[in-house]
Design a protein around this ligand. Structure first.
Ligand SMILES: [Zn+2]
Length: 179
């Protein structure tokens, strides 16, 4: 039966590779993953915002309570900050985001933000995996073409640079150099 087990794990491994390629690297995708000054990033290859948003998606899951309990541990805090995209849903609920959307860099001047399948102050269920996507920030009335900004790096507002430690986005860097 060990043979069957191996076959299954080979099957799931290949399945994961196929899914990663499909979601991140397929030539027909309306975006491409690029290298930027802030590490990997995403560049738009479409003039239609809806098309970009329907493919540039992610999934999020709550960081287990057991890890949050040890989050005062500096090594864990550093790992959460440096290696993963973390969404702060509430002070006690942090979600980890993966998928191509997790590669999109932050910029304070972006007209886009993240939205998830959780409403308002709804508590997240640690067993659930939530789909996450791009949306326009409130009050933005730009055309689909402008929002898609084909050929440009896609950036989103995670939260303003103020108080974010050592990271300063391109817009804030420019503002600071002008002051
Ligand atoms: Zn900024």
């Amino acid at each position: 039966m060990r043979k069957d087990g191996n076959r299954t794990s080979q099957g799931s491994f290949l399945g994961i590779l196929k899914m990663l390629h499909y979601n991140h690297q397929r030539p027909a995708l309306p975006f491409i993953i690029v290298s930027t000054d802030h590490g990997l990033g995403v560049k738009s290859r479409t003039k239609q915002f809806k098309r970009l948003a329907s493919h540039l998606t992610g999934r999020a899951r709550q960081i287990p309570i057991s890890i949050m309990k040890t989050a005062s541990d500096t090594a864990i805090r550093r790992a959460l900050r440096d290696f993963v995209s973390v969404i702060e849903w509430s002070s006690s609920q942090l979600l980890v985001l993966w998928g191509p959307l997790a590669l999109v860099n932050h910029d304070c001047s972006s007209k886009l933000q993240l939205t998830g399948a959780l409403d308002g102050h709804q508590t997240c269920n640690s067993d659930n995996i939530y789909p996450w996507e791009l949306e326009c920030r409130e009050g933005v009335r730009d055309s689909s073409r402008k929002l898609a900004s084909s050929g440009e790096e896609v950036v989103i507002l995670y939260r303003s640079c103020e108080g974010q430690g050592d990271f300063v986005c391109s817009s804030c860097k420019q503002r600071l150099s002008e002051d």
